[in-house]
Design a protein around this ligand. Structure first.
Ligand code: EPU
Length: 419
């Protein structure tokens, strides 16, 4: 298995381009199943999870072609089976996103039930209950969700918990349902809005995406479209923290500041000068040590759980004591234990980490446990004294396109070694 080696201590300086958003691309590719026509998706990030979603569509007989610019063409007219195998779903939970589209368009779906995950139990009960309320006949058999429906019916749903992929699955299902569906307590993440815009470009009638009430008027048919995915706000935030943690000066382009209010606010609180413009953001922390900042994760527009680990890394070397409270996933602190091995002073109390900033971290061999945890270990390695070696970096390839190249572009000494 490949490893990343990082020689820490270099203030990052320069400009990089942000890739398309993973968590918008995945539902959009699943949403292609709804289209009676050819769909072209551009600004797709080069990531393992995207490859898995393409493989999943291909395994159903859907024709998927990719050009050298990562523009993807999807034609679902050749679909042969409405089946998502355990072998694929176990490697990527977002595979569950094919459930709503398959059921809505083809009246049947058999999708492996995702199991637990490194960061939490992550049930999909809200996806299933919502589809049942829309008239689907669903039962779980041999680890698979088996679903059938002649035509789904519009309903008024109040979601028990704010769920991103749950909102997306139900919104997609409702586009072809009979009548109006109202999703209350819907997720407001920019990726939900991007998916809604994509669906509308195929002819769907959706209002309120980006608020906690989404109203979908079902239509009989959705057609083909060409759509460009929005930039990845979590990748953006990660590189901005890389600038701040190294007391550097980093500019990201193809980024949307308006999706990062909570994150940019925390970077400013940490002492960084943050400037934004049309599709670019800059963080300047030159000559300064960051100040510790308290973080509490919550659904958008509050501070994202997907940026929690990166700010934990920042706080380990910041001036002062901070608390980090994780409210979305029950086991998203594994990076804390690895950072302790690099000299971080972290105490865990339930879902809160208390971090006392130290002057310096020291390099150590560490292990990536999930996607954002691995990003935080890269950040810690960028400031640690000595050479940090990160194992199990396949996690990072799921969500960060060309991470070594982008960090090298900013002056970091980082390389991948085959293991
Ligand atoms: N939940 C339920 N029942 C459900 C669905 C969710 O109890 O049916 C709970 C979850 O267990 C969790 C909370 O609701 O406690 C929120 O989970 P959510 O469903 O919003 O998470 P998700 O849709 O599975 C997406 C992202 C995650 C991101 C979360 C939270 C995608 C493909 N994944 O997951 O991204 O952390 O929203 O913002 O969009 C990542 O990119 O590293 C990542 C993990």
């Amino acid at each position: 298995m490949d490893k990343l080696q990082i020689q820490g201590g270099i203030p990052l300086e320069g400009e990089i381009r942000i890739s398309g958003a993973k968590n918008a691309t995945l539902p959009i590719l699943a949403g292609c199943l709804l289209a009676d026509g050819l769909v072209t998706v551009s600004n797709v990030p080069h990531l393992q999870d995207v490859t898995t979603m393409i493989e999943l569509l291909g395994s159903m007989g859907v024709s998927v072609t990719i050009d050298e610019k990562m523009r993807i063409e999807v034609d679902s007219s050749s679909i042969k089976q409405y089946f998502a195998a355990y072998q694929l779903v176990k490697t990527m939970r977002a595979s569950i996103l094919v459930l709503g589209p398959l059921l809505a368009r083809f009246g049947q779906a058999e999708v492996s039930l995702p199991g637990g995950c490194a960061i939490g139990a992550r049930p999909v009960n809200i996806h299933v209950a919502g589809l049942q309320a829309m008239g689907a006949d669903i039962h779980i058999e041999n680890g698979y969700i088996k679903a059938r429906a002649d035509r789904l019916c519009g309903v008024h749903l109040v979601l028990d918990t704010v769920t991103v992929t749950g909102t997306e699955n139900l919104m997609m299902a409702a586009t072809l349902a009979d009548g109006e569906t109202v999703l209350d307590n819907a997720a407001r993440e920019p990726e939900v809005v991007d998916l809604a815009r994509f669906l509308c470009s195929m002819g769907a009638k959706i209002q309120g995406a980006g608020t906690d009430r989404i109203v979908i008027e079902g239509v009989k048919r959705l057609g083909g479209t060409a759509y460009e995915v929005l930039p990845d706000r979590i990748e953006t935030g990660t590189y901005l923290v890389a600038g701040a943690i190294t007391s550097g000066h980093v500019r990201v382009k193809n980024a949307r500041a308006e999706h990062l209010d909570a994150v940019l606010g925390k970077l400013q609180e940490a002492g960084a000068t943050v400037s934004t413009g049309d599709h670019w953001i800059e963080v300047d922390m030159r000559g300064r040590r960051p100040k510790a900042v308290d973080i509490r994760t919550a659904p958008y527009p509050a501070f994202p759980t997907d940026m929690q680990a990166q700010f934990a890394a920042l706080n380990t070397i910041s001036n002062g004591v901070s608390t980090i409270t994780e409210t979305i996933f029950e086991n998203r602190f594994m990076h804390m234990l690895e950072m302790r091995r690099m000299g971080a002073e972290i105490r865990l109390e339930g879902n809160t980490a208390i971090i006392k900033g130290v002057e310096r971290l020291t390099a150590a061999p560490v292990m990536a446990t999930d996607l954002r945890a691995s990003a935080s270990l890269v950040l810690a390695g960028l400031v640690a004294e000595g050479r940090t070696e990160i194992e199990r970096i396949y996690h990072i390839d799921r969500g960060y396109a060309a991470i070594e190249e982008k960090l090298q572009q900013l002056g970091a000494k980082i390389r991948r070694t085959p293991g």
